[in-house]
Design a protein around this ligand. Sequence first.
Ligand code: GLU
Length: 426
Amino acid sequence: MSDSSALSYVHPSPTSPWGTYLSQVDRVLPYLGHLARWSETLKRPKRALIVDVPIEMDNGTIAHYEGYRVQHNMSRGPGKGGVRFHPDVTLEEVMALSAWMTVKCAAVNLPYGGAKGGIRVDPKTLSRNELEKVTRRYTSEIGLIIGPHSDIPAPDVNTNGQIMAWMMDTYSMNTGSTATGVVTGKPIHLGGSLGRVKATGRGVFVTGREAARRMGLDLRGARVAVQGFGNVGSVAAELFAEAGAKVVAVQDHTGTLVNDKGFDMPALMAFSRDQGGIMGFKDGEKVDNDAFWDVKCDILIPAALEGQITAERARKISARLVLEGANGPTVPEADDILAERGVLVVPDVICNAGGVTVSYFEWVQDFSSFFWTEDEINQRLDRIMVGAFDHIWAKGEQHKISLRTATYAVACERILIAREERGLYP
Ligand code: GLU
Protein backbone atom coordinates (compact mmCIF):
# COMPACT_ATOMS: atom_id res chain seq x y z
CA MET A 1 0.00 0.00 0.00
CA SER A 2 1.49 3.32 -1.00
CA ASP A 3 1.69 6.20 1.42
CA SER A 4 -0.10 9.36 0.29
CA SER A 5 2.12 11.57 2.45
CA ALA A 6 4.95 10.47 0.23
CA LEU A 7 4.31 12.83 -2.71
CA SER A 8 7.80 14.21 -3.14
CA TYR A 9 6.82 17.57 -4.60
CA VAL A 10 4.72 19.08 -1.78
CA HIS A 11 5.10 19.24 1.99
CA PRO A 12 1.66 19.91 3.41
CA SER A 13 0.98 20.86 7.04
CA PRO A 14 -2.25 19.99 8.91
CA THR A 15 -3.62 23.47 8.20
CA SER A 16 -2.28 24.02 4.68
CA PRO A 17 -4.70 23.57 1.77
CA TRP A 18 -3.46 20.16 0.60
CA GLY A 19 -3.09 18.97 4.23
CA THR A 20 -6.66 20.10 4.89
CA TYR A 21 -7.90 18.25 1.81
CA LEU A 22 -6.06 15.03 2.74
CA SER A 23 -7.62 14.98 6.18
CA GLN A 24 -11.07 15.61 4.65
CA VAL A 25 -10.53 12.54 2.46
CA ASP A 26 -9.35 10.45 5.43
CA ARG A 27 -12.58 11.24 7.25
CA VAL A 28 -14.74 9.83 4.46
CA LEU A 29 -12.87 6.52 4.04
CA PRO A 30 -15.03 4.58 6.56
CA TYR A 31 -18.13 5.39 4.47
CA LEU A 32 -16.82 4.25 1.09
CA GLY A 33 -17.20 0.48 1.56
CA HIS A 34 -15.35 -1.57 -1.05
CA LEU A 35 -14.63 1.59 -3.07
CA ALA A 36 -12.06 2.58 -0.42
CA ARG A 37 -9.74 0.29 -2.36
CA TRP A 38 -9.49 3.05 -4.96
CA SER A 39 -9.21 5.95 -2.54
CA GLU A 40 -5.48 6.56 -2.96
CA THR A 41 -6.36 7.98 -6.37
CA LEU A 42 -8.05 10.92 -4.59
CA LYS A 43 -4.79 11.74 -2.80
CA ARG A 44 -2.71 12.16 -5.94
CA PRO A 45 -3.31 14.63 -8.74
CA LYS A 46 -3.47 12.96 -12.12
CA ARG A 47 -1.27 15.59 -13.73
CA ALA A 48 0.41 18.86 -12.71
CA LEU A 49 2.01 21.31 -15.10
CA ILE A 50 4.33 24.11 -13.97
CA VAL A 51 5.02 26.78 -16.55
CA ASP A 52 7.26 29.80 -16.85
CA VAL A 53 5.37 32.93 -17.92
CA PRO A 54 7.83 35.56 -19.19
CA ILE A 55 6.57 38.92 -20.45
CA GLU A 56 8.05 42.23 -21.48
CA MET A 57 6.83 44.89 -19.04
CA ASP A 58 5.74 48.38 -20.12
CA ASN A 59 9.10 49.77 -18.95
CA GLY A 60 11.05 47.39 -21.20
CA THR A 61 12.23 44.96 -18.51
CA ILE A 62 11.51 41.23 -18.65
CA ALA A 63 9.51 39.67 -15.82
CA HIS A 64 8.97 35.95 -15.17
CA TYR A 65 5.94 34.57 -13.32
CA GLU A 66 5.27 31.02 -12.19
CA GLY A 67 2.08 29.42 -13.52
CA TYR A 68 0.35 26.12 -12.80
CA ARG A 69 -2.44 23.94 -14.13
CA VAL A 70 -3.30 20.85 -12.12
CA GLN A 71 -5.72 18.16 -13.29
CA HIS A 72 -6.66 16.32 -10.15
CA ASN A 73 -9.05 13.70 -11.44
CA MET A 74 -10.84 13.11 -14.75
CA SER A 75 -12.67 9.88 -14.04
CA ARG A 76 -16.10 11.48 -14.53
CA GLY A 77 -15.31 13.87 -17.37
CA PRO A 78 -12.98 16.65 -18.51
CA GLY A 79 -11.16 18.68 -15.90
CA LYS A 80 -13.01 21.80 -14.73
CA GLY A 81 -11.94 24.64 -12.52
CA GLY A 82 -10.88 28.24 -12.33
CA VAL A 83 -7.64 30.14 -12.71
CA ARG A 84 -6.42 32.31 -9.84
CA PHE A 85 -4.03 35.27 -10.08
CA HIS A 86 -2.55 35.94 -6.65
CA PRO A 87 0.95 36.62 -5.27
CA ASP A 88 0.62 33.72 -2.78
CA VAL A 89 -0.40 31.03 -5.29
CA THR A 90 1.66 27.84 -4.93
CA LEU A 91 1.58 24.41 -6.52
CA GLU A 92 0.30 22.97 -3.25
CA GLU A 93 -2.58 25.43 -3.13
CA VAL A 94 -3.55 24.78 -6.75
CA MET A 95 -3.45 21.01 -6.08
CA ALA A 96 -5.92 21.39 -3.21
CA LEU A 97 -8.15 23.70 -5.23
CA SER A 98 -8.16 21.20 -8.11
CA ALA A 99 -9.09 18.37 -5.75
CA TRP A 100 -11.93 20.42 -4.25
CA MET A 101 -13.20 20.91 -7.83
CA THR A 102 -13.26 17.12 -8.34
CA VAL A 103 -15.35 16.70 -5.19
CA LYS A 104 -17.55 19.72 -5.98
CA CYS A 105 -18.42 18.65 -9.52
CA ALA A 106 -19.27 15.14 -8.33
CA ALA A 107 -21.30 16.49 -5.38
CA VAL A 108 -23.65 18.30 -7.77
CA ASN A 109 -23.36 15.47 -10.30
CA LEU A 110 -21.85 17.50 -13.14
CA PRO A 111 -20.09 15.36 -15.79
CA TYR A 112 -16.68 16.82 -14.95
CA GLY A 113 -13.49 15.98 -13.15
CA GLY A 114 -11.53 18.60 -11.23
CA ALA A 115 -8.74 20.93 -12.26
CA LYS A 116 -7.39 24.33 -11.26
CA GLY A 117 -4.81 26.84 -12.39
CA GLY A 118 -3.01 29.83 -11.09
CA ILE A 119 -0.29 32.38 -11.63
CA ARG A 120 1.89 33.64 -8.80
CA VAL A 121 1.38 37.33 -9.55
CA ASP A 122 -0.30 40.33 -7.99
CA PRO A 123 -2.50 41.57 -10.85
CA LYS A 124 -2.97 44.91 -9.09
CA THR A 125 0.66 45.74 -9.90
CA LEU A 126 0.19 45.12 -13.65
CA SER A 127 -1.07 47.48 -16.33
CA ARG A 128 -3.90 46.23 -18.55
CA ASN A 129 -1.38 45.56 -21.29
CA GLU A 130 0.83 43.52 -18.94
CA LEU A 131 -2.18 41.63 -17.59
CA GLU A 132 -3.21 40.67 -21.11
CA LYS A 133 0.33 39.48 -21.93
CA VAL A 134 0.55 37.37 -18.75
CA THR A 135 -2.85 35.83 -19.46
CA ARG A 136 -2.08 35.04 -23.10
CA ARG A 137 1.37 33.59 -22.46
CA TYR A 138 0.05 31.47 -19.58
CA THR A 139 -2.83 30.20 -21.77
CA SER A 140 -0.46 29.34 -24.56
CA GLU A 141 1.80 27.43 -22.14
CA ILE A 142 -1.05 25.41 -20.59
CA GLY A 143 -2.53 24.99 -24.09
CA LEU A 144 -0.76 21.62 -24.06
CA ILE A 145 -3.36 20.22 -21.68
CA ILE A 146 -6.51 22.41 -21.80
CA GLY A 147 -9.30 22.12 -24.36
CA PRO A 148 -13.11 22.03 -24.63
CA HIS A 149 -13.11 18.25 -24.13
CA SER A 150 -10.12 17.87 -21.83
CA ASP A 151 -9.89 20.71 -19.32
CA ILE A 152 -11.98 23.88 -19.16
CA PRO A 153 -10.72 26.87 -17.12
CA ALA A 154 -12.97 29.56 -15.61
CA PRO A 155 -12.68 32.65 -13.40
CA ASP A 156 -11.54 32.46 -9.78
CA VAL A 157 -9.85 34.93 -7.40
CA ASN A 158 -8.75 38.06 -9.36
CA THR A 159 -9.79 36.74 -12.78
CA ASN A 160 -12.91 37.75 -14.71
CA GLY A 161 -14.76 37.75 -18.03
CA GLN A 162 -12.13 39.86 -19.80
CA ILE A 163 -9.39 37.42 -18.81
CA MET A 164 -11.55 34.51 -20.02
CA ALA A 165 -12.03 36.35 -23.36
CA TRP A 166 -8.22 36.64 -23.77
CA MET A 167 -7.83 32.97 -22.84
CA MET A 168 -10.48 31.88 -25.34
CA ASP A 169 -8.91 34.03 -28.06
CA THR A 170 -5.38 32.76 -27.39
CA TYR A 171 -6.43 29.12 -27.42
CA SER A 172 -8.48 29.75 -30.57
CA MET A 173 -5.57 31.49 -32.35
CA ASN A 174 -3.27 28.59 -31.49
CA THR A 175 -5.72 25.98 -32.73
CA GLY A 176 -7.09 27.83 -35.78
CA SER A 177 -10.68 27.77 -34.52
CA THR A 178 -13.12 29.75 -32.42
CA ALA A 179 -13.29 27.42 -29.47
CA THR A 180 -15.82 29.11 -27.19
CA GLY A 181 -16.16 25.95 -25.05
CA VAL A 182 -12.52 26.04 -23.90
CA VAL A 183 -13.27 28.39 -21.00
CA THR A 184 -16.40 29.43 -19.11
CA GLY A 185 -17.24 32.70 -17.42
CA LYS A 186 -16.83 34.52 -20.74
CA PRO A 187 -18.53 37.80 -21.66
CA ILE A 188 -22.10 37.22 -22.93
CA HIS A 189 -21.43 38.08 -26.59
CA LEU A 190 -18.53 35.60 -26.73
CA GLY A 191 -20.62 32.61 -25.72
CA GLY A 192 -20.93 33.46 -22.03
CA SER A 193 -24.02 32.56 -20.06
CA LEU A 194 -26.55 34.85 -18.46
CA GLY A 195 -26.49 34.43 -14.71
CA ARG A 196 -22.87 33.20 -14.56
CA VAL A 197 -21.41 36.23 -12.78
CA LYS A 198 -23.84 35.96 -9.87
CA ALA A 199 -24.11 32.15 -9.87
CA THR A 200 -21.63 31.36 -7.09
CA GLY A 201 -23.16 33.89 -4.70
CA ARG A 202 -26.64 32.71 -5.67
CA GLY A 203 -25.68 29.11 -4.88
CA VAL A 204 -24.33 30.18 -1.47
CA PHE A 205 -27.69 31.80 -0.79
CA VAL A 206 -29.70 28.79 -1.98
CA THR A 207 -27.77 26.28 0.15
CA GLY A 208 -27.87 28.72 3.07
CA ARG A 209 -31.63 29.12 2.72
CA GLU A 210 -32.09 25.33 2.70
CA ALA A 211 -29.85 24.85 5.73
CA ALA A 212 -31.53 27.70 7.65
CA ARG A 213 -34.96 26.21 7.01
CA ARG A 214 -33.90 22.86 8.44
CA MET A 215 -32.41 24.54 11.52
CA GLY A 216 -35.49 26.68 12.11
CA LEU A 217 -33.43 29.83 11.54
CA ASP A 218 -35.63 32.61 10.13
CA LEU A 219 -33.81 34.63 7.49
CA ARG A 220 -35.92 37.67 8.26
CA GLY A 221 -33.89 39.67 10.75
CA ALA A 222 -31.01 37.15 10.75
CA ARG A 223 -27.61 38.81 11.22
CA VAL A 224 -25.10 38.06 8.47
CA ALA A 225 -21.32 38.63 8.48
CA VAL A 226 -19.38 38.25 5.25
CA GLN A 227 -15.63 38.02 4.70
CA GLY A 228 -14.69 38.84 1.12
CA PHE A 229 -16.71 41.27 -0.96
CA GLY A 230 -15.92 40.07 -4.46
CA ASN A 231 -18.16 38.21 -6.79
CA VAL A 232 -19.16 35.61 -4.23
CA GLY A 233 -19.49 37.42 -0.90
CA SER A 234 -21.20 40.55 -2.21
CA VAL A 235 -23.83 38.67 -4.21
CA ALA A 236 -24.58 36.19 -1.43
CA ALA A 237 -24.91 39.05 1.08
CA GLU A 238 -27.16 40.98 -1.32
CA LEU A 239 -29.49 37.98 -1.72
CA PHE A 240 -29.68 37.44 2.06
CA ALA A 241 -30.52 41.13 2.49
CA GLU A 242 -33.26 40.79 -0.14
CA ALA A 243 -34.64 37.85 1.87
CA GLY A 244 -34.92 40.10 4.94
CA ALA A 245 -31.58 39.44 6.66
CA LYS A 246 -29.32 42.20 8.02
CA VAL A 247 -25.74 42.29 6.77
CA VAL A 248 -23.98 43.59 9.90
CA ALA A 249 -20.27 43.04 9.12
CA VAL A 250 -18.24 43.07 5.92
CA GLN A 251 -14.53 42.52 5.50
CA ASP A 252 -12.52 42.89 2.30
CA HIS A 253 -8.88 43.54 1.38
CA THR A 254 -9.29 47.20 2.41
CA GLY A 255 -10.56 46.48 5.95
CA THR A 256 -13.62 45.70 8.10
CA LEU A 257 -16.84 47.64 8.49
CA VAL A 258 -19.72 46.95 10.87
CA ASN A 259 -23.25 48.34 10.93
CA ASP A 260 -25.63 47.05 13.59
CA LYS A 261 -28.72 48.13 11.66
CA GLY A 262 -27.59 46.32 8.52
CA PHE A 263 -25.88 47.78 5.46
CA ASP A 264 -27.76 49.24 2.50
CA MET A 265 -26.46 46.52 0.18
CA PRO A 266 -27.05 48.15 -3.24
CA ALA A 267 -25.27 51.29 -1.97
CA LEU A 268 -22.33 49.34 -0.48
CA MET A 269 -21.96 47.28 -3.65
CA ALA A 270 -21.96 50.35 -5.87
CA PHE A 271 -19.41 52.05 -3.60
CA SER A 272 -17.10 49.05 -3.57
CA ARG A 273 -17.32 48.67 -7.35
CA ASP A 274 -16.42 52.33 -7.91
CA GLN A 275 -13.73 52.62 -5.24
CA GLY A 276 -12.18 49.15 -5.49
CA GLY A 277 -13.07 48.29 -1.87
CA ILE A 278 -15.49 48.96 0.98
CA MET A 279 -13.28 51.28 3.04
CA GLY A 280 -14.61 54.82 3.15
CA PHE A 281 -18.27 53.82 2.85
CA LYS A 282 -20.07 56.32 5.05
CA ASP A 283 -22.68 54.12 6.74
CA GLY A 284 -20.30 51.78 8.52
CA GLU A 285 -17.97 51.85 11.49
CA LYS A 286 -14.39 50.78 10.80
CA VAL A 287 -13.05 48.13 13.19
CA ASP A 288 -9.86 46.03 13.34
CA ASN A 289 -9.78 43.03 11.02
CA ASP A 290 -9.51 40.71 14.04
CA ALA A 291 -12.74 42.14 15.49
CA PHE A 292 -14.65 40.72 12.50
CA TRP A 293 -14.62 37.30 14.20
CA ASP A 294 -16.21 38.71 17.37
CA VAL A 295 -19.21 40.32 15.65
CA LYS A 296 -22.53 38.91 16.88
CA CYS A 297 -24.15 37.14 13.94
CA ASP A 298 -26.34 34.18 13.00
CA ILE A 299 -24.82 33.44 9.60
CA LEU A 300 -21.11 33.74 8.78
CA ILE A 301 -20.00 33.64 5.15
CA PRO A 302 -16.25 33.23 4.63
CA ALA A 303 -15.96 34.16 0.95
CA ALA A 304 -12.28 35.08 0.60
CA LEU A 305 -9.31 32.70 0.82
CA GLU A 306 -8.34 29.39 2.45
CA GLY A 307 -7.53 28.78 6.10
CA GLN A 308 -9.51 31.71 7.54
CA ILE A 309 -11.47 29.80 10.19
CA THR A 310 -8.68 28.65 12.48
CA ALA A 311 -9.19 26.71 15.71
CA GLU A 312 -8.92 29.92 17.72
CA ARG A 313 -11.52 31.73 15.61
CA ALA A 314 -13.82 28.69 15.61
CA ARG A 315 -13.97 28.89 19.42
CA LYS A 316 -15.32 32.41 19.42
CA ILE A 317 -17.54 32.90 16.39
CA SER A 318 -21.16 33.37 17.40
CA ALA A 319 -22.84 32.23 14.16
CA ARG A 320 -25.07 29.13 14.14
CA LEU A 321 -24.56 28.65 10.42
CA VAL A 322 -21.35 28.93 8.40
CA LEU A 323 -21.65 29.10 4.61
CA GLU A 324 -18.34 28.44 2.87
CA GLY A 325 -18.39 30.73 -0.15
CA ALA A 326 -14.58 30.45 -0.37
CA ASN A 327 -12.73 27.24 -1.13
CA GLY A 328 -11.11 25.66 1.92
CA PRO A 329 -11.81 28.44 4.46
CA THR A 330 -12.02 26.08 7.49
CA VAL A 331 -9.07 24.04 8.79
CA PRO A 332 -9.88 20.50 10.05
CA GLU A 333 -9.36 21.27 13.74
CA ALA A 334 -11.73 24.22 13.46
CA ASP A 335 -14.27 21.97 11.76
CA ASP A 336 -14.28 19.74 14.85
CA ILE A 337 -14.63 22.69 17.21
CA LEU A 338 -17.56 24.09 15.24
CA ALA A 339 -19.25 20.67 15.26
CA GLU A 340 -18.79 20.35 19.04
CA ARG A 341 -20.29 23.80 19.45
CA GLY A 342 -23.32 22.84 17.35
CA VAL A 343 -22.50 25.21 14.50
CA LEU A 344 -23.71 23.90 11.14
CA VAL A 345 -21.14 24.26 8.35
CA VAL A 346 -22.31 24.06 4.72
CA PRO A 347 -19.01 23.02 3.10
CA ASP A 348 -17.43 24.76 0.12
CA VAL A 349 -17.81 21.70 -2.11
CA ILE A 350 -21.59 22.15 -2.13
CA CYS A 351 -22.02 25.73 -0.87
CA ASN A 352 -20.07 27.43 -3.67
CA ALA A 353 -20.90 24.91 -6.41
CA GLY A 354 -23.34 27.35 -8.06
CA GLY A 355 -20.51 28.90 -10.10
CA VAL A 356 -19.33 25.71 -11.71
CA THR A 357 -22.94 24.62 -12.21
CA VAL A 358 -23.67 27.65 -14.38
CA SER A 359 -20.25 27.13 -16.01
CA TYR A 360 -21.60 23.73 -17.01
CA PHE A 361 -24.73 25.42 -18.43
CA GLU A 362 -22.46 27.80 -20.36
CA TRP A 363 -20.41 24.95 -21.82
CA VAL A 364 -23.57 23.06 -22.86
CA GLN A 365 -25.00 26.23 -24.46
CA ASP A 366 -21.71 26.81 -26.33
CA PHE A 367 -21.80 23.30 -27.82
CA SER A 368 -25.45 23.52 -28.80
CA SER A 369 -25.15 27.19 -29.89
CA PHE A 370 -28.51 27.72 -28.27
CA PHE A 371 -28.77 30.11 -25.34
CA TRP A 372 -31.17 30.10 -22.42
CA THR A 373 -32.86 32.98 -20.62
CA GLU A 374 -31.63 34.18 -17.24
CA ASP A 375 -34.82 32.86 -15.61
CA GLU A 376 -34.23 29.41 -17.06
CA ILE A 377 -30.68 29.46 -15.76
CA ASN A 378 -31.59 30.60 -12.26
CA GLN A 379 -34.41 28.06 -12.02
CA ARG A 380 -32.21 25.19 -13.16
CA LEU A 381 -29.47 26.32 -10.79
CA ASP A 382 -31.91 26.41 -7.87
CA ARG A 383 -33.23 22.95 -8.76
CA ILE A 384 -29.77 21.37 -9.00
CA MET A 385 -28.52 22.99 -5.79
CA VAL A 386 -31.63 22.05 -3.79
CA GLY A 387 -31.56 18.48 -5.14
CA ALA A 388 -27.88 18.08 -4.28
CA PHE A 389 -28.36 19.62 -0.84
CA ASP A 390 -31.32 17.30 -0.05
CA HIS A 391 -29.34 14.25 -1.06
CA ILE A 392 -26.33 15.27 1.04
CA TRP A 393 -28.48 16.19 4.01
CA ALA A 394 -30.08 12.72 3.92
CA LYS A 395 -26.64 11.10 3.78
CA GLY A 396 -25.56 13.11 6.81
CA GLU A 397 -28.66 12.06 8.76
CA GLN A 398 -28.23 8.44 7.75
CA HIS A 399 -24.67 8.17 9.09
CA LYS A 400 -24.82 10.95 11.71
CA ILE A 401 -21.90 12.71 10.08
CA SER A 402 -21.08 16.34 9.31
CA LEU A 403 -22.37 17.87 6.08
CA ARG A 404 -18.77 18.02 4.86
CA THR A 405 -18.17 14.31 5.33
CA ALA A 406 -21.62 13.60 3.87
CA THR A 407 -20.77 15.65 0.78
CA TYR A 408 -17.47 13.80 0.43
CA ALA A 409 -19.30 10.48 0.85
CA VAL A 410 -21.75 11.28 -1.97
CA ALA A 411 -19.07 12.75 -4.24
CA CYS A 412 -16.26 10.26 -3.62
CA GLU A 413 -18.60 7.36 -4.18
CA ARG A 414 -19.49 8.78 -7.61
CA ILE A 415 -15.84 9.43 -8.48
CA LEU A 416 -14.63 6.02 -7.37
CA ILE A 417 -17.46 4.13 -9.06
CA ALA A 418 -16.41 5.81 -12.31
CA ARG A 419 -12.80 4.92 -11.54
CA GLU A 420 -13.67 1.31 -10.90
CA GLU A 421 -15.89 1.00 -13.98
CA ARG A 422 -13.25 2.51 -16.25
CA GLY A 423 -10.61 0.22 -14.75
CA LEU A 424 -6.89 0.68 -14.58
CA TYR A 425 -5.00 1.17 -17.83
CA PRO A 426 -3.06 -0.86 -18.90
N1 GLU B 1 -13.63 29.11 -9.57
C1 GLU B 1 -14.93 28.61 -9.29
C2 GLU B 1 -14.90 27.54 -8.22
O1 GLU B 1 -13.99 27.50 -7.42
C3 GLU B 1 -15.68 28.19 -10.55
C4 GLU B 1 -15.01 27.14 -11.38
C5 GLU B 1 -15.68 26.90 -12.73
O2 GLU B 1 -16.67 27.52 -13.03
O3 GLU B 1 -15.16 26.05 -13.45
O4 GLU B 1 -15.79 26.76 -8.09
